[in-house]
Structures are given as structure tokens and as C-alpha cells.
Write a protein that binds this ligand. Structure first.
Ligand code: ZN
Length: 171
């Protein structure tokens, strides 16, 4: 007994070509961004001097290539070197984000003050549980795709810290 013949040419098309690609594309045509690691001289290439501070020379955006949501405009954040913060358990860092150095090793941070209004787009996590008496911390995430943590702030605080290694740079 022979198997019934099948023909692929008669199969109906489920979706016109290109539709899935269009659905996955960002809603706006956003230029690509660079990671901090792609600059051969690191942070010195992404700062500009302004009085006594070094400010972000480029727009900062979500590092997810398909997202690229604008987080902060040029010249808003100050570069500050201070101890690293483990914003998530070491084994839970999203693949798109580099791990933070182990505290008390220092890391480079973009300091944004005094309010979240300085950001173009930013999302916040729920407050993390903390030791009694210690300040509660919220994590900063991409407002559009939730990629994070890209930074942190204290609940009710006026300082918002973005990890220089965890944002994209629109050059
Ligand atoms: Zn995003």
C-alpha cells in the first residue's frame, strides 16, 4: 500500500510575507546605539566636560537592539565613580546586560537629579525589600520593554543612578 501523496504547493499561506517582520519592528525608526564596551577608551569617549563635571555626551537609550527607547538626553547626567551595586542576583542578570563588578569594586554611574522628570522615558520596579532601617531601593528599567535593571534609586530619593555599562549610546 502506498502512502497518500502530499503536495506542498497546495498549502495555503498562513500570513503574507513580511507581516511578522513588520510586527517585530520597533514602532519608530530608531537609530542604532553602541554599548560602552564598544568604545576603545571606555567612559572617556562618552563624556563632555561642563564646569566641574563630566556629562553624558550622547543620548542614552535602552540597550535592547529591537527597542532602543530613549532614556536620557545628552548633557543631563553626571559621571560619578562609586562602589558597584548588585542590582540583581548574580545568576539572574539578563543576557543583554553586562554583570556589575562585585562591590566594593567601583563602577561608573550616570547620576541624574533631582527627579524622574529629567528622564525622557524610564520605568521603576516595585520597592525591593530591605533590612529594617535601611533605605528601600527601586530598580530602573526600560519604560518600553522592561529590560533591566539598568540602574537604581532610593524610594523618595532625589538621585537616580544609571550604570554606564548598561545603557546604549546613540552616537
Ligand atoms: Zn527597551
Amino acid at each position: 500500500m502506498s502512502a497518500p501523496s502530499t503536495s506542498s504547493t497546495s498549502a495555503p499561506e498562513q500570513m503574507p510575507p513580511g507581516v511578522m517582520e513588520a510586527l517585530l519592528r520597533p514602532s519608530q525608526n530608531r537609530p542604532a546605539s553602541r554599548s560602552l564596551a564598544s568604545f576603545s577608551d571606555g567612559v572617556t569617549e562618552v563624556v563632555m566636560p561642563e564646569s566641574h563635571f563630566l556629562l553624558n555626551k550622547y543620548d542614552l537609550c535602552c540597550p535592547r537592539p529591537e527597542c532602543g527607547s530613549l532614556i536620557l538626553r545628552t548633557g543631563v547626567a553626571k559621571l560619578i565613580e562609586k562602589p558597584s551595586v548588585q542590582m540583581e542576583p548574580a545568576d539572574r542578570t539578563p543576557a543583554l546586560l553586562p554583570p556589575m563588578p562585585e562591590p566594593p569594586a567601583v563602577a561608573n554611574w550616570w547620576l541624574v537629579t533631582p527627579s524622574p522628570m529629567e528622564f525622557e522615558n524610564i520605568g521603576f520596579s516595585k520597592p525591593l525589600s530591605s533590612e529594617p532601617g535601611a533605605a528601600q531601593m527601586k530598580l530602573l528599567v526600560c519604560a518600553e520593554c522592561d529590560l533591566g535593571p539598568v540602574g537604581w534609586s532610593e524610594v523618595g530619593g532625589t538621585e537616580f543612578w544609571l550604570a554606564c555599562s548598561r545603557v546604549g549610546y546613540r552616537t
